[in-house]
Design a protein around this ligand. Sequence first.
Ligand SMILES: [Zn+2]
Length: 282
Amino acid sequence: MTEASAGGGSTPVSPGRTQPADKVQVEARSPAVRRADDVRSESRLAGASWPEVEARAAAAPTTLLVPLGATEQHGPHLPIGTDTAIAVALAEAAADRVPGTFVAPALPYGSSGEHQDFAGTLSIGATATELVLIELGRSATETFDRLVFVNAHGGNFAPLAAAVDRLRFEARDARAWSPRFGGDAHAGRTETSLMLALADGEPTAVRGNDAPLGELIEQLRTEGVRSVSPNGVLGDSTGASAAEGRALLAAAAEDLCATVRDREARHLLSPCGRQKVPGMAR
Ligand SMILES: [Zn+2]
């Protein structure tokens, strides 16, 4: 029996009642077994033990960053997990720089119905995405003072906004953040540069429909991306480079860091809410 399991059970205190496990002292230490990917930083939630997380949450305000991606086509030259990879990279970059921040395992599914005509796209739709984010947010704010969804997929905007509205209505400190890369809309120069910065590969010139998104959006919503771009690209990857991707990632990570820090400042000034601020007059 391990030390943690020896001290982690419930202890009867009166007939029919049990004593909560948090009355028992459990040492806050790293788990004895962890995946290599989860030990790169103490901010990775998947690699932490619950006593570690509990101790850090009790010592100072904590923020949980939840990367939101998608599993959808990104043209013939980029992987289906592109949005998720970008969201994870940005969340990890911010968590490594802002103390008190954890990165949750990413949510790799979202609202991608407009890409469904391409093989490999896995969409759970807007309604399910909203519900997942609400339930995830409710659960996350039981441990963490603040929650920031780090979203790298445009199709998630509407369900994410609705979920955050709901969570904030429930007085939970939740917020949505998305990078503002600019450039073309989907799997073009911008996303190709980002992936060249994050993964091994060579620049590939793939041209899709590079008309302004505003001209395509109506048909795209009603008939899907394939009806406006047979190869799935909305833009043109010509000119993409890892250097350009690194610059875009650095600027976006800086913006996310500012959002998390700013959130801390407003959090301390906030007169209401569920947050715990040790030592603050209320
Ligand atoms: Zn994308």
